[in-house]
Design a protein around this ligand. Sequence first.
Ligand SMILES: [Zn+2]
Ligand SMILES: [Zn+2]
Length: 483
Amino acid sequence: MPSHQPTAGMMAVDPAYVSEQPSAASKPAPKEPVRNTKYDPKKPHITETPMTKKNWYKHVNWLNVVLILGIPLTGLIAAWWTPLYWQTAVFAVAYYFATGLGITAGYHRLWAHTSYSATTPLKIFLAAVGGGAVEGSIRWWARDHRAHHRYTDTDKDPYSVRKGLLYSHFGWMLMKQNPKRIGRTDISDLNDDFVVVWQHKHYLKVVLFMGLIFPSIVCGLLWQDWLGGFIYGGILRIFFVQQATFCVNSLAHWLGDQPFDDRNSPRDHVITALVTLGEGYHNFHHEFPSDYRNAIEWHQYDPTKWSIWAWKQMGLAYDLKQFRSNEIEKGRLQQLQKKLDQKRSKLDWGVPLEQLPVMEWDEYVDQAKNGRGLIAVAGVVHDVTDFIADHPGGKAMIKSGLGKDATAMFNGGVYLHSNAAHNLLSTMRVGIIRGGMEVEIWKRAHAEGKDTVMSKDAHGNKIVRAGSQPTKVFDPPASANAA
Ligand SMILES: [Zn+2]
Ligand SMILES: [Zn+2]
């Protein structure tokens, strides 16, 4: 083993595990395993010294480089000379799913998030096959994952995607990490779980047996393919399971939609779901982490959810946690509302009424007489000079309203204008008539809460719904000008 500083990112053998061996016999079994004896919190950690040409190799976590890149590469080369039996291929794929589920249904949804409870036989199964995925002990994995949820995208997030896609995928394990930097999380529940504690203590044996020996034995005893079992069912299968589950930290924070919250990086995408046994609905997952599901629609791919559900039917899993759809839909709606607000704020809704200058009626009439194309509708004055030629109802019709109160004409007296017409008109408004009758109507309507012109979004922008433009007057008062 290369000499190393303890790092939170050590995947297969975690520092806490290393330190436990010599002291296990002399001391009573500690609940919280002690740190590596070589670790001195007072000495500056290697990650606190800048990387140079001379010391770069000290920044690299060589053990993980061997485990994540070296061994798979050797396996790929060995596969060139190793014939692949179909039975071994079928077994390797099945074992890929089993060990992947050990991570997704076991490490992740059961232990990191306690989104359901499992009976002891199921726990032992998940701890065993999860160990066969070679991604660290449950205890180490769940602690980092809880920090990832608590401190998503910050410096305390052990695999923050803000440091780059490759970093979040496996760069965080290939390079040493400063244990002081990772956010603190409570794992007292895991320290009380004897399956978790046992697996952590015997992690190396679990990894060797479930990762490599077991697949060799199965393929060797059943169809005499010992080497194929080792290469395909062991080494290469480990490589694929690792790369697939690493995608939860990289791809799921990079590719797809954010239907529930877009303030952080988690995203939903079917491709990520296909790669990660259903962990691809990651935006949902970060919003509702204690829900045993990732995919909430029946047609979405989430074999991890299906497995947990099946275990429940078999009496192996219970207390499956699920958020009420009412709560889920509230989150979805609020995110939609946020998107709507952003779109609305980019559109021209006209000068806000309260910012318009106030005009006297006579002033309005005078200006219109002097050739300015002004038209008053519902007490709001609009300058339609540039629009007269384009008026769909003809120049004569619009001109007949200039300098008059055109409220009734506009609202059905002559023609019941469309919603689009009211919207367009609002972009031409230039003033408000003091004490104008229609303004009074408009004010009264607001006082009675009859329309929503004044309702505002989270950014204080007005929300103007169809039919609630200030120029829209239902049942306009008869006006002499309208005839
Ligand atoms: Zn995440
Ligand atoms: Zn999670």
